[in-house]
Each structure stands twice: as structure tokens, then as C-alpha cells.
Design a protein around this ligand. Structure first.
Ligand code: YH5
Length: 295
């Protein structure tokens, strides 16, 4: 098997909660903090002007299940960045994310990844003891790269063209693979220049973020080019519209198609797979690992 020796090494990720061995790929489970999952009185909350309270117990037991199914990371947040989503005010983001992060760290042995682009949330998450920042804006918000550099957290740098509210308006690229790869290299370089250790960096082509179906499948086909950049690659394919386009199925029916796509991403060298369906994803990782000659 070909191994890529690279800037960050790509086999071990340094997080603020210790080292994560990526010699075998791992699953990151998605813990959505959305009104339809773990909120109490969501409709009343909406009427009161968006003041929801998260049902922490319900969310914790979901996280516990994902851990039992083999997730090594839990990604908290996640849905504020769906196509068409609006920006969330700082205090609302802190109120929503921090209690969940604290509860997870108190109760479970898992690396907590915080889905945020906001410097203040990064600092608060670091103070709470979270291990990783998952930033769909790749630390481009003012102050974000400095805030991340001031922590020991791993950082996932994801490619997104535009912003969530407009990113699906006819995305165009001359060469989507070259453009996404160049962006990820630039952001990793900027992170390193600001003081982030290369071993803390993860890169992600950002499936569905300012890309049409053809772009998304080109990126998946060429996964190896991203693995060759030299940082562990995260692939987020779970239930996305590209899977819907390939199968004609609604989001809740997209698990088999998602696993097929995950298998290809693993073949292309992806080391972290972000998924809503941990058990099935861990099974795919198991099958993929048995296909590696050197284990
Ligand atoms: C990602 O790829 N994705 S949130 C639309 C869907 C289904 C799922 C039904 N955060 C990523 O999961 N972070 C999200 O249609 C992410 N990489 C990283 N690093 C979007 C999502 C989804 C959107």
C-alpha cells in the first residue's frame, strides 16, 4: 500500500484531548442541536423568539449510542451550515453549544469537535476542554485563525464557496479539484504561519458546500489528490443531496448510498468520516481495513 508522508504526517492527529491514531480511519458522529432533535418545546420556543432549551439528557444518550457504535469523535452543532441557513447570534451559539460540550466531556470518553466559525466560541470550547474545531469557513472569520492558534485544539479546515445562504446559487469552477485543493493548501499554510502545529490540521473538500452534483462527484472521484496534500482528510457525505441525486431517495433513506460513497472516500485515503449513522460507517471502515494489504 502507498503511504503518503506529508507535512502533518497524516497518521496521528494532535487534539487538545490528546493524540488520535488515524492509521486506521475513524468515524465522527454528528450530534445535531436542531429544533427537531434535542429541543424541548421547539414550537413554543420559536414563538418566544428563538429561545430553545436543549434536552441535554436526550442528546447525551444519543452521543452515548454513537460512542458504543464506535465513534471516536462527536461533532457538536452541525446544522447551522445547511444550505440556506442563517447566521446565529454569538450568545445564542454559546448557549446552545457550550452546555452540550461540557456535558459530553463530563460524562463520556470521546473527543469533542465543536462546529463553529466564531472566535469567542472557539475560546470558550477550548476553556471547557473540547479537542477539536470543525470550521466550515476554514478559520476565515476575523480573529478565528488567531483564536484557534491560541488553543491546542485540532482544526478541520473545510472548503466552502460563498456562505450557506447563497452557496448553492449556480456554483461554477474551472477545475473544481485544483481550486479546492489550492484553497485547502492556502488555509493550512495560513494556519501554520499563525502558529498552529501541522499535526493539528485536518482538511475537508466540503461536499455540498457551494458545489453541484457533478462537482461533488468529481471531488469524491479525485479524493486521493486531497490525501496527497499531506493532512488527514475528513469526508462528510452522510445523507447529502449528492447521495439523493445518485439514488433518488429522501434524506432518511440515504444510508446505503452514503455508505457506498464512504467506501470510495476511504479508498481515496479519507481518514475521518463524518456521519449520522455511526454503526454502518464503522462497519464500512472495518471492511475497508481488511482490504489493506499491510494489516
Ligand atoms: C462536512 O461535510 N457538513 S453540516 C445537507 C443534507 C444532509 C447533511 C439532507 N458540517 C460537513 O451534514 N463539517 C456539515 O441534506 C460539516 N464537513 C465538515 N467538516 C451539513 C450536513 C448535511 C447537509
Amino acid at each position: 500500500m502507498t503511504t503518503y508522508l506529508t507535512p502533518g504526517g497524516a497518521e496521528t492527529l494532535h487534539t487538545a484531548q490528546g493524540s488520535l491514531d488515524l492509521s486506521r480511519p475513524v468515524c465522527m458522529g454528528v450530534l445535531n442541536l436542531t429544533p427537531d432533535s434535542f429541543y424541548d418545546g421547539a414550537s413554543l420556543g420559536a414563538a418566544r423568539g428563538g429561545k430553545f432549551t436543549i434536552n441535554l439528557d436526550k442528546a447525551l444518550s444519543r452521543a452515548e449510542s454513537m460512542l458504543a457504535e464506535g465513534a471516536r469523535l462527536i461533532d457538536v452543532g452541525g446544522e447551522s451550515t445547511r444550505p440556506g441557513a442563517r447566521e446565529v447570534p454569538l450568545q445564542e451559539e454559546l448557549d446552545r453549544v457550550l452546555p452540550m460540550v461540557e456535558a459530553l466531556l463530563e460524562r463520556l470518553d470521546v473527543i469533542v469537535s465543536v462546529d463553529t466559525s466564531t472566535p469567542e466560541v472557539m475560546q470558550a470550547a477550548a476553556a471547557a476542554g473540547a479537542g477539536m474545531i470543525n470550521d466550515v469557513r476554514a478559520l476565515r472569520r476575523p480573529g478565528a485563525i488567531e483564536a484557534a492558534a491560541g488553543t491546542d485544539m485540532a482544526v478541520c479546515l473545510m472548503h466552502m464557496r460563498g456562505e450557506p445562504d447563497t452557496m448553492q446559487e449556480e456554483p461554477e469552477y474551472e477545475d473544481v479539484v485544483a481550486e479546492v485543493a489550492a484553497f485547502l493548501r492556502r488555509r493550512a499554510d495560513a494556519a501554520i504561519e499563525t502558529g498552529i502545529d501541522p499535526q493539528r490540521i485536518v482538511i475537508d473538500p466540503g461536499f455540498g458546500f457551494g458545489k453541484n452534483t457533478r462537482h461533488n462527484f468529481t471531488l469524491l472521484r479525485e479524493m486521493r489528490q486531497f490525501a496527497g496534500i499531506g493532512y488527514p482528510v475528513l469526508a462528510g457525505l452522510s445523507r447529502k443531496s449528492m447521495i439523493g441525486a445518485a439514488t433518488g431517495r429522501a434524506p432518511e433513506q440515504r444510508l446505503p448510498g452514503s455508505i457506498a460513497a464512504v467506501m470510495h472516500a476511504l479508498h481515496g485515503g479519507a481518514r475521518i468520516v463524518r456521519s449520522h449513522d455511526v454503526a454502518a460507517t464503522v462497519d464500512a471502515i472495518g471492511v475497508h481495513s481488511m482490504l489493506q494489504e499491510d494489516r
